[in-house]
Write a protein that binds this ligand. Structure first.
Ligand code: NAP
Ligand code: GLV
Length: 308
């Protein structure tokens, strides 16, 4: 049994060292030095070249280094073998931290105090108690639910939207189009943690922004494809939205001449909200391989029909 590793943004040696702590006998090949393709029956990948996985005749398992799998599903040649996505405590804790950071940034006037410090001004500003601030989370899955729970510990009011109703303590659950319409007008901040699918592409658009209260803030930590960029700029520029924190973009890296870079109401991070750290996530990969080898049911399988 041989694992193919393919990612241009992850360190293969570090991953090998971490996975072999759990599976010392594992043979791992690193793309493009893959040797005899017939040996390979498992692949651990992030954005592999289209067609690569289809060229492996004995492939039986694909494990995604990312939680979001739309880059894989977009490859029409993707083999019909089980696809396991990344769900790990490290990734989840990272995302909850990013979301908390962005909510606090806007609620606790971090940028305003930065400007005051730059002017050497001691000027207390008013902020509402967290218990008066409502945060809506689009997507109450692994990352959305964990982010909502973290914000609850800080006393924020939490609303969450998912395909099916959810029971997350302290989070009011909404689902379906009617649920979204009911939730949006109540959100002081809206956090997107949806998977990118045919149904969710472009969901952060002019209609959604108009349904948010004036002065709302949008945080997108999911995928750039969720956001209609021109609609965000229009909603910010006419003053309806107060600001946006964006971690993900339609084109990554974000081109140097993109208007988001210099927009005074946009805060940018370069797709780092949640990282699949090998030291925290190799055990998930090892578990998937072990289950696969022993014929046990696989956790975190992607439902290709749903797209996530
Ligand atoms: P997940 O566990 O699969 O959760 C997805 C959630 O979205 C579920 O609650 C699901 O509802 C809901 N959903 C899906 N389609 C929907 C629809 N059409 N209408 C309403 N709700 C819908 O995914 P996750 O692990 O939380 O990850 C979410 C996304 O975060 C990933 O797909 C990825 O794009 C992004 N991500 C970004 C970073 C970063 O660094 N920026 C890092 C990791 C992941 P049900 O539960 O009812 O199915
Ligand atoms: C990162 O964006 C991921 O999907 O894990």
């Amino acid at each position: 049994m041989t694992l193919l590793f393919c990612s241009s943004s992850d360190n293969a040696d570090v991953w090998r060292a971490e996975i072999t702590k759990h599976l010392p006998d594992l043979e791992m090949r690193v793309w493009p030095d893959i040797g005899d393709v017939a040996d390979i029956d498992m692949a651990l990948v992030w954005k592999p070249p289209a067609g690569l996985l289809a060229s492996l005749p004995n492939l039986r398992l694909i494990v995604s280094l990312g939680a979001g799998v739309e880059p894989l599903l977009e490859d029409p040649t993707l083999p019909e073998v089980p696809l396991v996505r990344m769900v790990s405590e490290g990734l989840t804790v990272d995302m909850a931290g990013y979301v908390a950071l962005q909510v606090l940034r806007w609620h606790r006037l971090v940028d305003e105090y930065g400007a005051l410090q730059a002017a050497s001004r001691w000027q207390p500003l008013d902020h509402r108690p967290a218990s008066d601030v409502t945060v809506g989370v689009l997507g109450l899955g692994e990352l959305g639910a964990a982010s909502a729970r973290t914000l609850r510990t800080m006393d924020y009011r939490l609303l969450g939207w998912s395909r099916s109703p959810k029971s997350v303590e302290g989070v009011e659950s909404f689902s379906g189009a009617d649920g979204l319409a009911a939730m949006l007008p109540r959100c002081d901040l809206l956090v997107c943690l949806l998977p990118l699918t045919a149904e969710t592409r472009g969901i952060l658009n002019a209609e959604l922004f108009a349904a948010l209260p004036a002065g709302a803030v949008v945080v997108n930590a999911a995928r750039g494809g969720h956001l209609v960029e021109a609609d965000l700029l229009a909603a910010l520029d006419r003053g309806h939205l107060r600001g946006a924190s964006l971690d993900v973009f339609g084109t990554e890296p974000l081109p140097a001449d993109h208007p988001f870079w210099r927009h005074p109401k946009i805060r940018i991070t370069p797709h780092v909200a949640a990282i699949t750290h090998p030291s925290r996530s190799a055990v998930q990969v090892a578990d998937a391989i072990t289950a696969f080898r022993s014929g046990r049911p696989l956790a975190n399988l992607v439902d290709r029909r749903r797209g996530y």
